[in-house]
Ligand binder design. Structure first.
Ligand SMILES: [Zn+2]
Length: 411
């Protein structure tokens, strides 16, 4: 069995017609008129295939392809069908239409898997309405509740609760749609890479080996503000010197700790920030990300050690505060093994790579084993009207998704 390139292409192109009139690119916000049309288009296809369609409290759509043994927990596969404002036609749609294509191929081959398959189309992944990304999957895993939806407001001041209700879904049913561990055997998502690596290095498939978490530190050096001309060098307590010495080490902390780690100083502030005084205080942020929680902790320890050293050498005080953080999600080794075996079988040019962005899979990982497949984004561009992926690459990704689904639903 293999996926059908022309059908993938025509379905993705058909989805791109469901978009708001204003502005370039694709603007299809969840619960909008265009979103409701797109939903009907997809669910009609699912119903024609004989799948059982179920729509939950916030509009996540589940279409079940029954297995020989309906009592086995299903494998889930899909992605989101909403977009950012003036986004592209591939983000989310490749994984949604890709999963649908797998069901279509299985059906036309009269193939009945042992275990059921459920296709999912997630709602409100981009956070376009309420600036809360991955809302659909957060609700599914119990990270957002009814009260949250009542307090979230869009730019017009309408609550998520009200907007969802107006779109004819039933948010009051949220408590009944929260998933438990073990409700699904696995969850698989095909997605565009949204970055440059696959395109630049000329690979067609990225098998995600982990979903990055982050630790966000604010480092503040405090010294003694004084005259830039009259204070001799050996009598200074200069927090700018301390900060720069520490910042210059940050890239080595990441590189020397983990192949997949990144660390970034993206914000810096000096007080009082004038040219003719040694500053009183310099603060900056360090954004640490990796797919290994242990490596992020190790980088944070190195940061603390370097900050203390720089403070001491410059006669300053220092504090390191952890702000926002999220745990990295480690992909189960069996999942990567299955995908790698199937990729080899298909003769695909694949690499293992981390996922740096937030996807529905990040949250699904709370309740099941997740797997993700990336296909190249041309020039690494996404969330722009020019977002593009070669349809032949979409097909290769969908073929790998199909074979992985066949493996995981076979027993
Ligand atoms: Zn996406």
């Amino acid at each position: 069995m293999e996926t059908n390139l022309n059908r993938l292409k025509s379905t993705i192109e058909a989805m791109s017609n469901f978009r708001s009139e204003d502005g370039p690119g694709i603007s299809r916000f969840s619960y909008s008129r265009d979103d409701l049309k797109a939903r009907k288009y997809l669910t009609d296809i699912c119903k024609e295939l004989g799948l059982t369609v179920r729509i939950d409290a916030v509009g996540n759509i589940f279409s079940r392809y029954e297995g020989q043994n309906p009592s086995l927990v299903p494998v889930l596969s899909g992605s989101h069908i909403d977009s950012v404002k003036s986004g592209g036609m591939f983000d989310g749609i490749v994984g949604s239409v890709g999963a649908l294509e797998c069901a279509r191929v299985m059906k036309e081959n009269n193939y009945v898997p042992m275990r059921p398959l459920e296709i999912v189309f997630f709602a409100e992944e981009e956070g376009s309405n309420f600036q809360v990304p991955v809302m659909g999957s957060k609700v599914l895993v119990g990270k957002l509740g009814l009260d949250d939806l009542k307090s979230l407001k869009n730019q017009e001041g309408e609550s998520a609760y009200s907007l969802i209700k107006r779109a004819a879904f039933n948010p009051d049913d949220i408590p009944n749609c929260v998933l438990k561990k073990g409700d699904y055997k696995a969850s698989l998502e095909l997605h565009i890479e949204q970055s440059v690596r696959l395109d630049l290095e000329g690979h067609t498939i990225g098998i995600v080996e982990g979903i990055a978490g982050c630790q966000w530190y604010k480092v503040t050096f405090r010294g003694k503000q004084n005259h830039a001309g009259a204070t001799p060098m050996h009598l200074r307590q200069d927090p700018m010197c301390a900060a720069s010495e520490c910042i210059s080490k940050v890239k080595y902390m990441a590189k020397e700790t983990s192949r997949t780690a990144v660390a970034t100083v993206g914000y810096i502030k000096a007080l009082p920030n004038i040219p003719n005084a040694i500053p009183a205080e310099v603060s900056f942020t360090v954004d640490i990300r990796d797919i290994k929680n242990g490596a992020m902790d190790e980088i944070a320890e190195k940061l603390l050690a370097e900050a203390n050293k720089a403070a001491e050498e410059n006669g300053c005080g220092v504090t390191c505060e952890l702000g926002a953080s999220s745990r990295a999600i480690e992909i189960m080794p069996y999942m990567m093994r299955v995908m790698e075996q199937e990729a080899k079988q298909l003769g695909l040019d694949y690499i293992f790579m981390p996922s740096g962005a937030v996807h529905d899979s990040n949250y699904m990982a709370e309740v099941t084993d997740v797997g993700m497949i990336f296909v190249p984004s041309i020039d690494g561009r996404s969330h722009v009207p020019e977002e593009k992926t070669d349809f032949s690459h979409v097909k290769l990704g969908a073929d790998l998704l199909l074979n992985t689904i066949l493996r995981l639903t076979a027993e």
